[in-house]
Design a protein. Structure first.
Ligand SMILES: O=C(O)c1ccccc1NCC(=O)[C@H](O)[C@H](O)COP(=O)(O)O
Length: 227
């Protein structure tokens, strides 16, 4: 199980998450109470183990702007968090030339779960057909808020979408995960990875060491029920 701890804003939190076994650390460049600049991330990434992915979360902006920020911040992956824009994905793929990987977010509108199921399934098919990206993060959208919502989407409705997704896609579940429910998400959806931001915080923008430790342990220990 790939585990991403997102929305880090300090070296202390990022180092702790890495020590506790996170596979990837996220830094939010998109508008957020947890937003961080590339100059600030550049002071954190050199102190992290090289085995841990450093993922920048961006709303669609200019490809050159994303590439400049990724370079300055020392990112190893870029997560595009506002709608699927194949032209932008292809521009970034060319600019990064294999040095930085790409993760695409697809949003699940929580107050319209049945419609979201149809839309998300369609987006997954298009991403698979395009063939450029294999990691897709499915995150809750609450009203107009695209991330860090602390709200889970309807996993019962989502189960068939995860089950029937194109097999080449590595699906990451996000939105409202906490130590208390990460096992349920893993057992219900059988994702390739999990991602959490607010669910392991003590206060907005600062992680709770206890919540982080329990979340990572529970995600590691969780097994998918075999039929
Ligand atoms: O985390 C944020 O504050 C955020 C804000 C705006 C865009 C993206 C953001 N985070 C991206 C992620 O990958 C988060 O891990 C994800 O939204 C999950 O958030 P949460 O429900 O708080 O665990």
């Amino acid at each position: 199980m790939w585990i991403k701890i997102c929305a880090n804003t300090s070296l202390e939190d990022a180092k702790l998450a890495a020590e506790l076994g996170a596979d990837a650390l996220g830094f939010v460049f998109a508008p957020s109470p947890r937003r961080i600049t590339s100059a600030e991330v550049a002071k954190i990434t050199p102190h992290l183990p090289s085995t841990v992915e450093r993922v920048g979360v961006f709303h669609a902006v200019d490809a050159y702007e994303i590439a400049r920020a990724a370079h300055e911040a020392g990112l190893t992956a870029v997560q595009l968090h506002s709608g699927v824009d194949f032209a932008l994905l292809h521009r970034l793929h060319k600019l990064f030339a294999g040095q930085v990987s790409l993760i695409q977010t697809v949003h699940w509108q929580v107050d319209a779960d049945a419609a979201s199921a149809v839309i998300v399934a369609s987006e997954l098919r298009k991403i698979a057909a395009d063939g450029l990206v294999d990691r897709v993060l499915i995150d809750s959208k609450v009203g107009a808020v695209l991330g860090g919502t602390g709200v889970a989407f309807d996993w019962d409705i989502a189960r068939s979408i995860f089950d029937e997704a194109p097999p080449q896609l590595k699906l990451i579940v996000a939105g409202g995960l906490r130590a208390e429910n990460v096992a349920e998400a893993i057992q219900g959806l059988n994702p390739w990875g999990v991602d959490v931001a607010s669910g392991v915080e003590a206060v907005p923008g600062r992680k709770s060491p206890e919540k982080l430790a329990v979340f990572i342990r529970k995600a590691r220990e969780s097994k998918v029920d075999s039929i």
